[in-house]
Design a protein around this ligand. Structure first.
Ligand SMILES: O=C(O)CCC(=O)C(=O)O
Length: 304
């Protein structure tokens, strides 16, 4: 993917991502059919794998249709639009109904079945060389166009400190998510910095109570466990690039719990909502963070 000068600069939480080549670059795709040893090496070197064409796109589109159809009664979708397209009505949805329905969807067997579809489980069993566990707390997010709140820069272990660090997040686009629709962006080389930061936090947290030491919100962390919302400043400070991608239905990105990532603004001009899920896998025999052993609920953030 060539990073051409952009007509509209990428934005995140009100900050503009610098577009010069030393601060913005392409995420490296991994084509299908690579031997597992090569995938492990690439993951260790990059902190992520962008697995192309892993999942049957028809399954992904079917789930996207079902997801938005289930939310149609809330007023979220543009009148007369096809749920598969996920076109935002532009406002006026009943937020209470939206929350109730998304809590229900997080418990759907059909959602879990998608997350446990054969190619995903096969990949992880080969990658970990062991039977795997899917964390029960699975997140599925839709992003309204021009919603200014984007995911801030963070690494996932901040929320998962009570279990093994040998775990992976799968970030799965549920539909097409071109750069302009605000998919995940990854900070190049940041698995290394994430490990260093976590070691520093561990030292700073040493005198806290065991419960507080695990907390993403303790006095040594920023609000919400995020490192910052200022993505351009972080890339400058670490002299590195944000890596961007046009994600397709059927892709799955696997990232390490130390890899720093964030999201950008969904600027789709036709009102198309971004839909994605992020789920976590580890060896079934390793310690599991108990806070992740229940279905997602909007109030469960308090546990972290
Ligand atoms: O989808 C997003 O905006 C955030 C996802 C995320 O933080 C993750 O996959 O760990």
């Amino acid at each position: 993917m060539e990073i051409l000068p952009r007509e509209r600069p990428l934005r995140s939480n009100g900050f503009v991502l610098a577009s010069q080549p030393e601060r913005l670059g392409p995420l490296t795709p991994t084509p299908p059919g690579q031997p597992i040893e090569a995938l492990r090496e690439q993951y260790a070197a990059q902190g992520y794998l962008w697995l192309k064409e892993l999942i049957d796109p028809a399954l992904v589109w079917e789930f996207r249709s079902r997801y938005f159809a289930a939310l149609a009664h809330t007023g979220l979708l543009a009148a007369g639009s096809n749920p598969r397209d996920g076109i935002y009505a532009g406002g006026g949805e009943d937020k209470r109904l939206v929350t109730a329905k998304t809590v229900e969807i997080a418990r759907w067997a059909a959602y879990e079945a998608l997350c446990l579809s054969r190619p995903i489980v096969d990949f992880y069993e080969a990658f970990f060389d062991a039977p795997v566990y899917l964390h029960k707390r699975m997140l599925i997010r839709f992003t309204r166009p021009h919603d200014p709140a984007c995911t801030g820069a963070h690494y996932d272990l901040v929320y998962l400190r009570a279990g093994t660090d040998e775990l992976c997040t799968s970030w799965i686009p549920l539909g097409e998510i071109p750069v302009e629709m605000g998919g995940l962006v990854y900070l190049e080389g940041s698995d290394r910095w994430g490990r260093r930061m976590e070691a520093e936090f561990a030292l700073k947290n040493a005198d806290l109570s065991p419960e507080e030491r695990l907390s993403a919100y303790n006095r040594n962390m920023n609000e919400g466990g995020w490192l910052t919302k200022n993505l351009p400043e972080l890339a400058d400070r670490l002299a590195t690039r944000w890596l961007i991608a046009d994600y397709a239905a059927g892709d799955m990105v696997v990232h390490s719990p130390y890899m720093i990532h964030a999201s950008t603004l969904n600027e789709n001009p036709h009102g198309v909502m971004r839909l994605s899920t992020d789920i976590r896998f580890q060896r079934a025999s390793d310690t599991i963070d108990p806070r992740w052993q229940n279905h997602w609920h909007p109030d469960d953030e308090k546990k972290f």
